[in-house]
Write a protein that binds this ligand. Structure first.
Ligand code: GUN
Length: 293
């Protein structure tokens, strides 16, 4: 049985239409244009692509964006100074510092310096705390995107066993938290697996919903899942280049073998990726709206 494709590109389009209307209303009724600062340090090719996509999405939706590209040898102090400037700028409602940062910069210190009200990534400890309690204004973009993919695809998560593979601060830990929250959270029973997990397949085979964010291609293969599983593949791995020089992307899941058993699965590209950017736009609009109160 071939799995149903969960098409992030299409779902993302629906949400973007909604966001566009909200932006128009903010502009017309309140004279406020949502604004996003993006900060990229260094020349990681993947990060460059992501920041470019975020900037482009702002342009399409009518969000003001201010992008700063800094060389890899920029000091931590200079990055902190730029964040402070963005904190003070009333035209910027959201601040996004693209991760990873070069090794000589302490990412924790940079994230801590962002005004939590402009923390549209939801990485600041104050916002992470609120996420865990269930009282946050912002939800982190990729996990929020996953929740929307599940909800809008009609996948019931309540009482299901959700297995998350990967314990990153960006995806694994927050999505595990969202999946275990009472509604509108996932209301699921959650298992969180990571590099210290012994016999990963024992857990992945128990999953009704399997969310994989490990950053390694083909970590999950067909023999590691049960029939009827719903699979969310967060991985975006660059596994080569086309003759034209375009990156060839692969997820963390071996799509061909897993889709034979799955009820539904996200493709890579075109699954989780577009949702992350869309939820960033949504958070930026939320941050702008909050300044009206
Ligand atoms: N690097 C990978 N994903 C993300 C993200 O969602 N936000 C930021 N700031 N950096 C990232």
């Amino acid at each position: 049985m071939a799995a149903k494709l969960i098409k992030g590109t299409e779902i993302s389009k629906q949400i973007r239409e909604q966001i566009t209307k909200e932006i128009e209303e903010l502009k017309e009724r309140h004279g406020v244009t949502p604004g996003l600062a993006t900060i990229l340090v260094g020349d990681d090719p993947g990060s460059k692509v992501y920041v470019g996509q975020k900037e482009k999405a702002c342009g399409k939706l009518g969000i003001y964006s201010e992008r700063t590209d800094l060389p890899a040898n920029t000091s931590e102090q200079d990055v902190l100074a730029l964040v402070a400037k963005c904190n003070e700028n009333p035209n910027l409602h959201g601040i996004l510092v693209q991760l990873p940062l070069p090794k000589h910069i302490d990412a924790t210190r940079v994230i801590d310096a962002i005004n939590p009200e402009k923390d549209v990534d939801c990485f600041h400890p104050a916002n992470v705390g609120k996420l865990v309690i269930g009282t946050g204004r912002f939800l982190p973009c990729t996990p929020h995107g996953i929740m929307e993919l599940l909800r809008r695809s009609g996948i019931d998560t309540a009482g299901k066993h959700a297995v998350v593979v990967g314990r990153s601060n960006i995806v694994g830990k927050p999505i595990a938290n969202l999946m275990l929250q009472s509604p509108p959270g996932g209301n699921a029973t959650v298992t969180l697996c990571h590099t210290g997990t012994k016999d990963l397949a024992t857990y992945t085979r128990m999953a009704d919903i399997l969310i994989v964010a490990v950053g390694h291609p083909k970590t999950i293969t067909g023999d590691m899942v049960k029939e009827g599983v719903v699979v969310i593949d967060v991985g975006v791995n660059r596994i080569g280049k086309t003759p034209e020089g375009k990156a060839i992307l692969a997820g963390d899941v071996d799509f061909d073998s897993v889709q034979e058993k799955a009820a539904a699965i996200t493709p890579v590209p075109g699954g989780v990726g577009p949702m992350t950017i869309t939820m960033l736009m949504k958070n930026t609009v939320e941050a702008a709206r909050a300044t009206l109160a």
